[in-house]
Design a protein around this ligand. Sequence first.
Ligand code: NAP
Length: 322
Amino acid sequence: MSAPPLFNRLALIGVGLIGSSIARAARTQGAVRSIVATARSAATRRRIAELGLADQVVETNAAAVEGADLAIVCIPVGACGAVAREIGPHLKPGAIVSDVGSVKGSVLREMAPHLPAGVHFVPAHPVAGTEHSGPDAGFAELFVGRWCILTPPPQADKDAVDRLAAFWRLLGANVETMSAEHHDLVLGITSHLPHLIAYTIVGTADELSQVTRSEVLQFSAGGFRDFTRIAASDPTMWRDVFLHNKDAVLEMLGRFNEDLSMLTRAIRRGDGDALFDQFTRTRAIRRGIVEIGQDSPAPDFGRPHPDLPHEPLPRPYAVDDK
Ligand code: NAP
């Protein structure tokens, strides 16, 4: 017999990539008895209903959280404060409020003041995603084997934190708890800075005058191609991330610029040892990520490749088999 649902009524505010993946995974895993969802636009609300992602689709954020024992806000971080102000008076005592924002300090600062006493606020960040957006982009397996970081404030109710952790584990995630400030520093280097670099390099390539845009597309080698995937991420989401994690990103960007200057100098001076040492160190990091199961060991991330033609390859030096 399967375990009873962890929550009765899950309210999802915002049903894009992350919200719709939560809905799909929560359904598949029987994590909640019912799901009520809303989104900002009528078009998205209609799509949520068409896809059958929720038991009920409502028009306002306030209506969504009525009677919910878990409400998860899945919208860009810059909009979280205003939504907390809207839902605050409608939350039921004892409800858990969470979010999925990629920045945690600003979410804590901007949402917490609007949530009434007796409601438990446990911010969260599932470190899982793709470059796609919207309710069609989600899938139930998105969180499997990925980390979900909870950043409860120091006075948070332990039972509420444990219940939210159990929810994320049921969706397949590994759960870690840390302070919001530490989260923002860690994600500043592992996620936010790489996105900024991708946005920069793809923009730089686009502006080159001696290399045509069609050449950039045609000859996009592995390195550039991977940057273009990251640089295709949602502009609103990422604008908000950089505006709301300003201090940590600037700190990491300062360090990055120093290291880039060091490599620039090594290239200018022809210092092959410095380049070799740096590349050896970074290769070990990639191998470490694969070893702990956070990425595929297959070449090119295990992407499928077109089959080679089936004709036997020429064997000019082979001895005659017969
Ligand atoms: P998404 O696919 O673009 O969906 C965003 C949702 O938020 C949509 O339902 C949208 O409604 C709603 N929304 C947008 N602006 C809003 C506003 N001003 N007020 C109220 N609702 C608004 O985004 P997502 O990728 O799911 O990202 C959602 C959150 O998850 C972000 O905070 C992001 O930082 C975080 N996150 C993202 C990833 C990732 O890889 N994408 C990974 C981890 C965490 P409409 O469709 O009606 O506009």
